[in-house]
Design a protein around this ligand. Structure first.
Ligand SMILES: [Zn+2]
Length: 455
């Protein structure tokens, strides 16, 4: 008896081993990890032309099918339904990632403004679920909104200088979530300073000295669905020319400035002239990007009143001067001077042009020891080349308060103050801001034209 049982026992063991081997081999095919579905952005609103990026990942067997549809009142509009290639026989790897960029135009699909459901589904090639695979399904309730916000400028005419600033007051429909003015490719943010009149907004903007003559100047409003309205502004642009300056660099000047910036310059800048050129071009650009970033931390309220205080001293260089630098009779560099240089006695007190808050008080590349003040609603002033600083970031300052003493730090040779005004991160001509008539006609008058008190 014992003898005849033996083959059965061996057979059972073999079958069990085969079953175990099969389970081990098939195990990965039964993985239970569902695909990961990401929508960018996760929409709460769908505008007239909404762009969505759908990213689907699967860690296991790979993806089998992805599907995206919009459903409204029983109607389903399929926007994407894609079967994906099975795993290759040799690599056994399927499609693990799919990125689809879609533009949804609800009107073209026959959908109305109002609620709808966005359905996204992804399946993988797992054998689990009776070979149906793992499934991820998202249902998002969205609002279809294809109606752009309304915007009406309340300013009859705007005189704008090349390199100068302007302001406009406009009325908005309540659905506007972002608004302001666009000049060329630059957007200036608008503000709502009248809590009792939430339909009214204002925006300070600038026509940068490098802006093209035909650049668009328009007020804009955008809603949560991304619908955009643009209204061209009634602007009369004065195309002023800027001065051209020839600056001859002596060996001594190059040596002095190169020594000052040697530690900051990258190692590939070999020689004194190379260091100077790096400072005048690359560092200048870097500094302007940093200043622009600092200026975004602006207060929503207007902190200043009336014209700006003009710093003491004799003007040495003007706003917008086009400078060409020569060394040993050859042109070596170019730059635009985006402020006013004023020379007084050495270590003269430097005063705040208007009430504001200190955004920055430290060394800043070509501007040496530098103070940047925020005056609210995107308006800022900058004081460069100081020998000492008397304020700290975050501090509130009054018009005329001492910020520090003039000096010759940074890219400066003699003691002077470099004074700049910025609007929305764009350098503008400071002379406008300390001219009482300009401030009255171009800023203050806007409020009375719109029948509003000054905020
Ligand atoms: Zn300067």
């Amino acid at each position: 008896m014992a003898r005849s049982r033996r083959p059965w026992l061996i057979l059972t063991i073999v079958i069990l081993l085969l079953a175990a081997a099969a389970a081990v081999a098939l195990w990965p095919y039964y993985e239970s990890e569902a695909p990961c579905v990401v929508l960018e952005p996760v929409p709460s609103h769908l505008g007239a032309h909404q762009t969505l990026v759908l990213k689907v990942n699967d860690q296991g067997m790979g993806l089998a099918r992805i599907y995206l549809a919009l459903r409204q009142e029983g109607a389903t509009k399929v926007l994407l339904d894609k079967d994906l290639a099975p795993p290759s026989r040799w690599t056994r790897r399927g499609v693990n990632q799919v990125v689809e960029r879609l533009t949804l135009s609800p009107k073209a699909l026959g959908l109305k403004d109002g609620p709808a459901t966005l359905v996204v589904e992804a399946r993988d090639r797992s054998f689990s679920g009776f070979l149906q695979g793992n499934r991820t399904r998202l249902e998002l309730v969205v609002t279809i909104d294809t109606t752009p916000p309304r915007l009406t400028p309340l300013t009859p005419r705007i005189y704008l200088n090349r390199g100068g600033a302007g302001m406009v007051i406009y009325r908005l429909s309540p659905d506007a979530t972002r608004h302001g003015v666009v000049v060329g490719g630059h957007r200036f943010q608008g503000y709502k300073p009248w809590p009792k009149r939430p339909e009214l907004a204002l925006c300070y903007f600038a026509f940068g000295d490098e802006q093209e003559r035909g650049a668009t100047i328009a007020a804009y409003a955008m809603d949560a669905a991304g619908n955009l309205t643009r209204r061209p502004l009634p602007v009369r642009l004065r195309w002023r020319r800027f001065r051209h300056d020839k600056i001859v660099l002596s060996d001594r000047v190059i040596q002095t400035l190169a020594a000052r910036f040697a530690a900051q310059a990258p190692p590939e800048c070999k020689g004194e002239l190379a260091v100077f050129l790096w400072v005048n071009q690359k560092l200048r650009q870097q500094n302007h990007r940093q200043i622009q970033k600092v200026c975004t931390r602006t207060a929503p309220d207007q902190l200043w009143q009336g014209p700006f205080l003009r710093p003491q001293g004799k003007p040495m260089a003007r706003f917008g001067d086009r400078r060409t630098y020569y060394y040993q009779d050859k042109e070596v560099s170019r730059a635009v001077h985006r402020g006013v240089d004023l020379a007084d006695v050495a270590h003269a007190p430097v005063r705040a042009a208007a009430r504001g808050r200190v955004l920055y008080a430290a060394a800043l590349g070509i501007y040496g020891n530098c103070v940047i003040l925020d005056h609210g609603q995107g308006v800022a002033t900058l004081y460069g080349h100081l020998s000492s600083l008397a304020v700290k970031p975050g501090q509130e300052v009054e018009r005329g308060q001492e910020l520090g003493r003039s000096g010759a730090t940074g890219l400066a040779l003699g003691d002077h103050l470099h004074f700049s005004v910025l609007v929305g991160g764009v350098f503008v001509n400071p002379a406008e801001w300390w001219d009482t008539h300009w401030v009255e006609d171009n800023l203050d008058l806007r409020f009375s034209q719109a029948g509003l008190p000054k905020p």
